[in-house]
Design a protein around this ligand. Sequence first.
Ligand code: KIV
Length: 271
Amino acid sequence: MSTEGNVRVITTHKLLEMKRRGEKIAMLTAYDYTSAKIVDQAGIDIILVGDSAANVMAGHETTLPITIDQMIYHAQSVMRAVKNPLVVVDMPFGTYQGNSKEAVHSAIRIMKESEADAVKVEGGAEIMESVTRILSTGIPVMGHLGLTPQSIHKFGTYAVRAREESEANKLVEDAIALEEAGCFALVLEKIPALLAKKVAETLTIPVIGIGAGKYVDGQVLVMHDMLGLNNDFSPRFLRRYANLHQEYLKAFRQYVEDVKTGDFPNDNEQY
Ligand code: KIV
């Protein structure tokens, strides 16, 4: 596959076609050049430069502290690496919620400085003015409902969302409103599978789940979690595709031992 100029192989239009054809969409987070390059080679459809970088790259408890400058830095690193997938950048906490004018300014900064393809925002009715204004500039927007980590202090827990009827009804209304506003896709995080199914069947735009079951149009995972780099985090929805924590530890320990014993470098590893 190749790109024509700067146009991605995967576009928002192609994602819509994939949903229509019933072809599942694979999305993964990435935050740096080296891993984004491998993710691209693996044939991923969407890379999310997630604000989960605050957790897995910077070690914060929540996603709230990450700044727009830091998100742009991660997005620029990813953009240098990839050719095929659509690259979506999370708008960080505090850059779009309260003020729709600031939201447009933040989204434009992200798009101009990173040259990414789209932005993602968390929330429904309460951020609709911001969503509409960002969309009016021609920037594609991905929505995110359910467990929205930027609202963790409001929720007070990372438990499954929308088990109660009233929250489930609001989630469906918000999903419809985001589609009607013009969002090109929606992430649903940690909600009951049957509720996610209802949303995916109701919307024409692709619905990508994380902890939202199998009836949606695609899946997203955080790279560090699915690679098993992060052993402390074991939610039920997470499938680990490797145990890189173990592999890293083994390699690092061997290196320490080799240096200490004088085994590294040997005669062939010097000039
Ligand atoms: O920041 C992130 O990684 C996300 C995913 C969990 C969807 O928003």
